[in-house]
Design a protein around this ligand. Sequence first.
Ligand code: GTP
Ligand code: SPV
Ligand code: MN
Length: 604
Amino acid sequence: MSQGLDVARTRVAHKGSAASGAGANESVRRWVEECAALCKPDTIHWCDGSIEERDVLLDQGVRDGIFIRLNQEKLPGCYLHRSNQNDVARSEHLTFICSPREDGAGPTNNWMEPKAAYAKLRGLFADSMGGRTMYVVPFVMGPVGSPLAKVGVELTDSLYVAVNMGIMTRMGGIAWEQLGDSEEFTRCLHSVGDCNPDRRYICHFPQDNTIWSFGSGYGGNALLGKKCLALRIASYLGQQQGWMAEHMLLMGVQDPKGHKTYVAAAFPSACGKTNFAMLVPPQKYQKDGWKITTIGDDIVWMWVDETGRLRGINPESGYFGVVPGTNWETNPNAMHSISRDTIYTNVGLLPDGDVWWEDKTKELPKECIGWTGQAWHPGCGRKAAHPNARFTTPMANNPVLDGAVHDSAGVLVSAIIFGGRRSRTIPLVYQAFNWVHGVYVGATLGSETTAAATGQIGVVRRDPMAMLPFIGYNIRDYLIHWCRMRKKMKDCPRVFSVNWFRKNDQGQFMWPGYGENMRVLKWIIDRCHGQAYGVESPLGWMPRTEDIELDGLGLSRQDLEAVQAINPPDIKAELMSQEELFLKMAADLPKEMIFERELLVSRL
Ligand code: GTP
Ligand code: SPV
Ligand code: MN
């Protein structure tokens, strides 16, 4: 598509070496020129990732009305952004895997033939940046020097995206250093266009290491290092190269003896990863010496090391977290983190320049400006914050950030937990019998849909490994890849299922969740070290009620039995509901999954 650079309309925004992209190699420059010739921005700004640049961009954003500067005494370095009201969540139905053959995308992805997709999107990108600046955002996913670290370059006409990428990734000159002369970087082209859902496409070209996203400024659609690169493209590369890219948190659990065990957990969008990753143990556990540290809250890349054990890194450097429900009781570490250097998207604005959202405080404010920009007051019938309002905050702000977060060798992963939002049927915790059974537990994961994606909310859908919207290739090959990983490992992580969201007949949560999840986590850790009892159930190993500490919880043994209860008719209905996914895969369903289902049926 090279048409040569339209020099007349394209000038460099800032003089000086960093602003002109010093350090960028020839293949990067050529590609930037090609994209500029297509999109025809007025200006090109090469981001250098400096603090000075961040301040310049934020000031510019305030002048342009993209950001509102919040009360700097209460919230230093914090800004509010209100998105277009049609652009508040991921658009899964507009997300495509453009593999050469349809089979490459499989039955769970939307597919477009690559040539057709490029042609369609080229039409949209053509002249799309007239009157705008194109930001060249170089970034590294993963600790610099890690065997899995990847370089990407995002070209975007959104200042909001450029600033957020500066928080979410290791952004700037460091990426040019990591890239050197190589042509191997993910080419990420993004324009908000006119933000019209009818002209919105998020297209992935795994074979070309390329992502083209048009028509949305929302995180998962627009911060292309995140779901697009670090999950969809990376999962494709991982399948080819023998490693894994997963929608998981990664946390350290330090026991009273000072021994740390790392645990990864896959919960679907808005199902508790950020909260679990930053968990504050109950008082009694803290006194005993238990401590949680965070490696990552959303994405983990894992590989098998030379000793045959699974290791993981967090490719990101910030958190793009759900705001509603976050408060000093549920997640104090997040509250600390978002008290500075944070971009808030779609929350309420208080008269004093502070922010508010549903469940931030028990007492409601008298008034505020809601996320849509309209006046809000209690009982007005609207929410102050959008249910998928988000914060973008650097992980460096996290008071319990794990010391190994920048370690290129990553950390050993001893347990993998799958969990979803299930008001019924699924017990609080059980352990899979072995790895392949664990793969079955992950593959059949179901969860009630949330506001993180557009569409109906609260319906149970199958979300294998919490990756349904993020597997960049055929789910058949994804599940086979999971099974095969076992063969690479000498000692493999133990696999568990949890459900913090079971409800009673009155519709109340049966388990208090948040920090109290430590009680379940302790059993999981002890199981990993062969130090806790497990009772065989049809689903897997389960703790006896006496194996979960109830002191200070306000739940009785009967309450715990109820939240752990397995009701065979309900499980049979659950099996039927798994068919929703398995039928889609039909003849492609790996035989391990068929055998595991048969074993489960016979145990029931
Ligand atoms: P993504 O960023 O979309 O991938 O989501 P996430 O998995 O990181 O979810 P997050 O931790 O942000 O939680 C989403 C919502 O679930 C928030 O409103 C939380 O307050 C709520 N939540 C998290 N953990 C628990 C829990 O243990 N119990 C209950 N009842 N709610 C929880
Ligand atoms: C999710 O939806 O799983 C998120 C938010 O973590 S986004 O990055 O927008 O996908
Ligand atoms: Mn996520």
